[in-house]
Design a protein around this ligand. Structure first.
Ligand code: VGL
Ligand code: ZN
Length: 205
């Protein structure tokens, strides 16, 4: 892979893998592929969903609400999730089979109690930056390849924002797995296509 390309590995954490608090079906199956892909890139960034216990996205913090219901928040509709990826807990740790020693940055997101952040670039208020765009641009990166969990939430939102910040952007579909809540996967792929994100198979890389 050329030096202007980076791999962005989204949220490959215990809580999103089978046995975790918000397990993505078949989530751990992509890890060996992600490890092989990462070896092709000089620049690799990992992200970690990293919420305080009081996080607004947790159904448990909204009396009377159940996981997977939605609520209206100042920044838009918010899905309420099972409590997941709580800062410093084992569920928030990167999956132990992830083997990417040369990853230069682990970016944590979703830190603010009142704002979710599916995207690695912009929080759900669509205004607060994580600074990741600057990390890539200051290193001469112009092309991003995305993989990880979950296709229809954090991967999709990150890929759309990558386009927004001007990166040529590809989602490696077989290196992702989806939650697929109320047809969210099909909706995500059409938003990605409309945003100009390329959908690729790992064999083509
Ligand atoms: C994610 C739901 C809640 C994800 C994170 O990583 O896709 N999904 N928090
Ligand atoms: Zn989360």
């Amino acid at each position: 892979m050329q030096n202007n390309a980076a791999l962005l590995v989204i949220d490959v954490q215990n809580d999103f893998c089978p046995g975790g608090a918000l397990a993505v079906p078949d989530g751990a199956a992509i890890i060996p592929l992600i490890n092989r892909l990462a070896a092709k890139f000089a620049t690799v960034v990992l992200t970690q969903d990293w919420h305080p216990p009081s996080h607004i996205s947790f159904a448990a913090n909204h009396p009377g609400k159940e996981p997977f219901q939605t609520i209206a928040l100042p920044y838009g509709e918010q899905v309420l999730w099972p409590t997941h990826c709580v800062q410093t807990t084992p569920g928030a740790a990167l999956h132990p089979n992830l083997a990417i020693p040369h990853a230069g940055l682990i970016l944590r997101k979703g830190l603010h109690p009142d704002v979710d952040s599916y995207s690695a670039f912009l929080e759900a208020d669509r205004a607060t930056k994580t600074g990741l765009d600057g990390y890539f641009t200051s290193r001469g990166i112009t092309e991003l390849y995305l993989c990880g969990l979950a296709t229809d939430y954090c991967v999709a939102w990150s890929a759309e924002d990558a386009r927004r910040f001007g990166f040529k952007t590809t989602v490696i579909e077989d290196a992702c797995r989806a939650i697929d809540l109320n047809a969210s996967l099909a909706a995500a792929w059409s938003r990605l296509q409309a945003a100009g994100v390329t959908r690729a198979h790992s064999a083509a890389l």
